[in-house]
Design a protein around this ligand. Structure first.
Ligand code: NAG
Ligand code: NAG
Ligand code: NAG
Ligand code: NAG
Ligand code: NAG
Ligand code: NAG
Length: 293
């Protein structure tokens, strides 16, 4: 009868699911954070309520090693009647087969797996999760400077924005914002990658008009969406005046700067002032005589 057949199939299916499920059921709680900032600790949980545990093991497959050398490394083991034991440094044991990875570094990124063997089960129960250690590396640097006129429409000097960071993990990206708006045309270089550490560099050319008195911000973030940390940022307010004082030659100092210099220098300043007035008089006399000849 077709209804009987359907019922039988359903029972079979349920039975298969039960067998598959019972293996997994040996692990009642499993938790590994998917992203942790470098320098922090991470708690890894693998709880079993089975009374017939033969062993519980934690394994780690490092991410930043060549594929050929990517072996599973055992971190932890507990067997009935024996104290739980650690097989590596920088890890602590807590209750119920929970372990704590201490002071994480980029090289600790990888797959963390818990394995539980229960007497009578046909197979070990296993659960695993990727853990990525992230870091903004050494200081994020943002520099803004004036450069010669580039390929934009005006004839004014342009403004070069440079931003870089070193020893960032995992692979980062940089963006530049001017008054909150992202600059579309940037050039970006990423290098490194050894031990998961990257150097990243970005530049953009702005027109003088766009940059003047603008807030210029550099953001560092990760392509990996599991890293929910907000972007790291560095920002400055760019003022043309500040840039001018470092790039222009001393003879172009403004009158007010000269006045304050005179104030600071007292009598010497007064002498300099008289000297400048002298020169001015000579120049005037000279131009007068040129015009009249
Ligand atoms: C360990 O597991 C037992 C039994 O499930 C539970 O009562 C106890 O609270 C757990 N300990 C910790 C620290 O979670
Ligand atoms: C930014 O300026 C600092 C100090 O002037 C300098 O050490 C650094 O190399 C500069 N960085 C870039 C990206 O030019
Ligand atoms: C982007 O910048 C490059 C180099 O500065 C320039 O050659 C190119 O024309 C720019 N593209 C746009 C769309 O502005
Ligand atoms: C970034 O710098 C490179 C090399 O100095 C230059 O060729 C390129 O035009 C710059 N890109 C932008 C967008 O300014
Ligand atoms: C993010 O985490 C999920 C769940 O752990 C995982 O399946 C996925 O592969 C992760 N994505 C990346 C880019 O690592
Ligand atoms: C980089 O990360 C460290 C640690 O979280 C933080 O103290 C520092 O402010 C960050 N730097 C930037 C530029 O956000």
């Amino acid at each position: 009868m077709p209804t009987n057949l359907a019922a039988m199939l359903r029972t079979c299916l349920l039975l298969l699911l039960c067998i598959a499920g019972s293996r997994q059921l040996s692990i009642t709680e499993f938790a590994v954070p998917s992203a942790v900032e470098a320098g922090r600790n991470a708690e890894l949980q693998c709880h079993t309520e089975s009374e017939r545990v033969e062993y519980v093991k934690w394994w780690w497959t490092p991410l930043y090693v060549p594929l050929d050398d990517r072996d599973k490394i055992q971190l932890y083991q507990r067997m009935p009647g024996q104290p739980a034991e650690l097989l590596v440094k920088n890890v602590e044991i807590k209750e119920n087969d929970t372990i704590v990875l201490l002071n994480l570094k980029s090289t600790d990124s990888g797959i963390y797996e818990c394995e539980v063997s229960v007497a009578g089960a046909t197979e070990e129960a296993r659960k695993h999760q990727d853990l990525i250690v992230f870091s903004n590396g050494t200081d994020l640097q943002l520099n803004v400077s004036k450069i010669e006129d580039g390929p934009d429409e005006d004839e004014d000097e342009d403004v070069l924005v440079l931003c870089e960071a070193h020893d960032v993990t995992p692979q980062p990206e940089l963006s530049i914002f001017v008054n909150g708006e992202e600059v579309a045309n940037v050039t970006q270089y990423v290098s490194g990658g050894e031990h998961g550490l990257y150097d990243v560099y970005v530049n953009a050319t702005l027109s003088d008009d766009d940059a003047e008195d603008a807030e210029i911000r550099c953001e560092l973030f990760f392509e990996n969406r599991n890293i929910s940390h907000p972007p790291y940022e560095e920002k400055i307010i760019y003022t043309t005046g500040a840039a001018r004082s470092t790039t222009e030659a001393p003879e172009e100092t403004t009158l007010s700067e000269m006045a304050s210099e005179l104030q600071n220098n007292g009598v010497d300043g007064l002498r300099a002032c008289l000297w400048i007035l002298n020169i001015a008089a000579i120049v005037q006399l000279y131009s007068y005589s040129v015009l009249n000849s």
